[in-house]
Structures are given as structure tokens and as C-alpha cells.
Design a protein around this ligand. Sequence first.
Ligand code: ZN
Length: 140
Amino acid sequence: MPAPEPRRVVPVPTPETTPFWQGTRAGELRLQRCDACAHVYFPPRPFCPKCAGRKVSWIAASGRGSLYSYVIHHRPVPGFTPPYSIAVVELDEGPRMLTNIIDCPQTPEALQLDMRVEVTFKPLTDDIFLPQFRPAEVAR
Ligand SMILES: [Zn+2]
């Protein structure tokens, strides 16, 4: 019998990240915004990285952004089929997020810096839905 296909490492929510993972499961990309200075940031933490304010709120982001940077990975890693992109997306709200660009060829021709992308959620388990990005549809 062939060995089972190795699986991708599944993130484990912490108290700080639980609202984020509840959001991805609900189809929402959630970020935190400082109540004092309105700075929007990611990853989640209990205080504002800009002014250290401790009153912060969760907001639903647009899920849209642009491709800031990426590399194309060619080696097999459990849960990934090479080649695949490891990308940094700059969200319209400001924060940058490490992710993958999917649903397009994993080539420099298809992956253009500053291209518009939108979030999509990939279920890894019943509870964990991973945010990934795909080229945004042009006609919108
Ligand atoms: Zn702040």
C-alpha cells in the first residue's frame, strides 16, 4: 500500500488568533484595528503595534489587495505540489500577509508584482480554513 500523502501543517489557534480563524471559517478575513489611532494590523496581538494602545477591535477586511512580493518554490514540501508561490500580499487595509497565490500558473509571467488579488479560503480541517489569494477578476 502506498504511504498516505503527507499533509500540510495545520495552524493551531491561540487565544489571540481564535477570532481570525473563526473569521476564515465564516468566509471573512479579519484584521485588528486600534480604537485609539485607527491603525490596522496583522498578525493578531492584544495591543496596537503603532501606539501600544490596548483597546483594539476586530474588523472584516475587504479580502482584496495586491501582490507585494513572492518566490516560486520548486521543492516538494508536505501538502504542497511544486512549483508553488510563497507570496506577500499587501491588503487594501494596509497590512501585509504571507500566503500563496493560487488558481493561476506559478510562473513569473502569471505572477506580476502589484497585480490585484482577492482572498479565498481553503479548508485544511473542519475548523481551520486557510486564507490564500488568487488573481482578482478584472471586470469588477
Ligand atoms: Zn494605535
